[in-house]
Design a protein around this ligand. Structure first.
Ligand code: HEC
Length: 168
């Protein structure tokens, strides 16, 4: 039994030491937690420059591969039908992807050949059903498309004259 009634109302902080401990604990929660949290967040952000760096490091390889693909080697508009088919059209027409008439499938091409080289070229430039305009080769010239059409059709029962590549 205590004589002092104030004892019942006192807080858990009774000594200066406890006060200091309470203040330290308070700052630990209020200051350290946000600092730790923000470090977590910036650690996540630090991954971004690394990705940029990786992209820069592999870029030369990607460039060389593009050049090897023929894009940078042949002047614009100067690709033969064979080159255009190898670079663009063959992606679908070599294997008959998505219903594309396969190179060498005479029966598949026969009804289309009635359109003639010009008609088929127009069709390829405009795109048809699953085939995007210009077969997806947006930088191909009309002549290059015509050469590619002639190249594929001639391997599939037609005897079109492939438009010549202009002499340089
Ligand atoms: C993404 C796949 C794809 C690519 C790439 C592609 N084609 Fe096609 N092509 C098709 C499909 C599918 C059809 C059949 C369309 C139909 O009749 O429904 C087609 C049809 C054609 C036809 C017949 C059109 C007609 O009116 O019957 C020609 C000609 C043709 N393509 C030329 C080309 C040329 C030239 C290229 C390259 C520059 C090319 N295609 C690239 C998918 C492709």
């Amino acid at each position: 039994m205590s004589d002092d009634p104030h004892d019942d109302h006192s807080t858990f902080i009774k000594t200066p030491k406890q006060l200091i401990a309470a203040v330290v604990a308070f700052f630990a929660v209020v200051i350290l937690l946000p600092v730790m949290f923000s470090q977590l967040v910036t650690a996540g952000r630090r991954a971004a420059p690394d990705e940029e760096m990786t992209a820069k490091l592999i870029q030369p390889v990607a460039r060389v591969e593009m050049a090897a693909g023929g894009g940078a080697v042949t002047a614009k508009g100067a690709k033969t039908g064979e080159q255009v088919v190898a670079a663009v059209c063959g992606a679908c027409h070599n294997a008959g992807v998505a219903g594309a008439p396969k190179v060498g499938d005479n029966a598949g091409w026969a009804p289309r050949l009635a359109l003639g080289l010009n008609g088929l070229t127009k069709s390829a430039i405009a795109g048809k059903n699953a085939m995007p305009p210009r077969g997806g080769g947006a930088d191909l010239t009309d002549d290059e498309i015509a050469r590619a059409v002639a190249f594929m059709a001639n391997k599939s029962g037609a005897s079109f004259k492939e438009p010549p590549v202009a002499a340089k």
